[in-house]
Design a protein around this ligand. Structure first.
Ligand SMILES: [Zn+2]
Length: 148
């Protein structure tokens, strides 16, 4: 079920810290890595948001730590999934991810309706941005690291 490495071994999904411009530490970046040959690749579904985050930091950022999971719904769901299920040998990663995505989308839709009832456009835009981060792909595509 997990993505296969070019060396033939299954790759595991994990969260890594990425250092940017020697100063900014970005936490909770979802990455596939191979325990056999140590190849790694960032989850394709979040690369666009990571680029955007780096662009916003600019070329001379001040030193700080940022949680990518706080800026990206999918990364946050994966962060919790890894945290809560890492010790569970029977976990079905794909259906567990699917359940969590569905639950989160329903919650965001409720929030959107509430924000709309208040006429709060900033909030509506924020919720909409978060919904986009969880739509347009399947949970299977996450574990295959193919976006669509
Ligand atoms: Zn490998």
């Amino acid at each position: 079920m997990h993505k296969q490495c070019h060396c033939g071994k299954p790759m595991g999904l994990e969260l890594r810290n990425v250092i940017y411009a020697d100063k900014v530490e970005i936490l909770h970046v979802p990455v596939f890595s191979c325990p056999s040959c140590f190849s790694s690749e960032v989850l394709q579904h979040v690369t666009k948001d990571i680029k955007e985050l780096l662009q916003n930091l600019g070329s001379k950022p001040t030193a700080r730590r940022i949680s990518f999971a706080r800026n990206n719904e999918l990364a946050e769901i994966i962060r919790k999934l890894v945290l809560e299920e890492a010790d569970n040998p029977n976990v079905d990663w794909q259906s567990s991810l699917e359940e969590r995505m569905e639950f989160r989308i329903n919650l965001l839709l409720d929030l959107y309706r509430y924000a709309r009832s208040l006429g709060d456009e900033d909030w509506m835009n924020d919720v909409q941005k978060r919904l986009v981060q969880l739509s347009g792909f399947t949970s299977e595509s996450v574990f295959m690291n193919t976006k669509n």
